[in-house]
Design a protein around this ligand. Structure first.
Ligand code: RB5
Length: 155
C-alpha cells in the first residue's frame, strides 16, 4: 500500500510525524508537501494533489491535515470518485473505511495531538471496507456525481 501525505502550512509538523509513523509501520509513503510552516500553502492545493494521485492510481490512500481537517477534506472531496472524511477519534476513522470506503483520512492539527492522530491513522489503515449494504450506499454517492455530470476516470 502506497500512502500520500499532504498538508497546508498549519499542519506540516503533524503531517511529517504521521508520515514517519506509517513509514515505520512498513508502508510506502509519498510526501506531497507542504515543506515547512513558513512555506505558505493554501489547503486546496495539497488536498487536490493527493486526491488526484489516488484517482490516477499513483497512490492507494491519503492522509490530509490542515488546521481543522475540514478545508483540505472539502477540496479533496471535489475530485470525482474521492471520499475523504475528517476524524478526531479512532472510532470514526475505522467506520469511514468499513462503511464509507473512504480513501482519504483528514485531521486537524489544531484539533488532535500527535499521539491521538497516530491512533486515528492506525484505526483508518487497519480497517477494511465491509461491502454489502454499505456498497449500495457508497454507490448512491457516486450516482450523485454522475447525475451532476462529473466524469469518473476508470480505475
Ligand atoms: C489555515 O489558517 C486554516 O484556515 C486551515 O489550516 C484549515 O483549518 C482550513 O480548513
Amino acid at each position: 500500500m502506497k500512502i500520500g501525505f499532504g498538508s497546508d502550512h498549519a499542519a506540516v509538523e503533524l503531517k511529517n510525524c504521521l508520515l514517519e509513523h506509517m513509514r515505520e509501520r512498513g508502508f510506502e509513503c509519498v510526501d506531497f508537501g507542504a515543506d515547512s510552516p513558513q512555506d505558505k500553502v493554501d489547503y486546496p492545493v495539497p488536498g487536490r494533489k493527493v486526491a488526484e494521485a489516488i484517482i490516477r492510481g499513483d497512490i492507494d490512500k491519503g492522509v490530509l491535515v490542515c488546521g481543522t481537517g475540514v478545508g483540505i477534506s472539502l477540496a479533496a472531496n471535489k475530485v470525482p470518485g474521492i471520499r475523504a472524511g475528517v476524524c478526531s477519534e479512532p472510532y470514526t476513522a475505522k467506520l469511514i473505511v468499513e462503511h464509507n470506503n473512504c480513501q482519504i483520512l483528514a485531521m486537524g492539527a489544531r484539533v488532535v495531538g500527535t499521539e491521538l492522530a497516530k491512533m486515528i491513522c492506525d484505526a483508518f489503515f487497519d480497517a477494511r471496507f465491509q461491502g454489502g449494504r454499505h456498497a449500495r450506499r457508497v454507490e448512491l454517492i457516486s450516482q450523485i456525481e454522475r447525475d451532476y455530470h462529473a466524469v469518473l476516470p476508470e480505475k
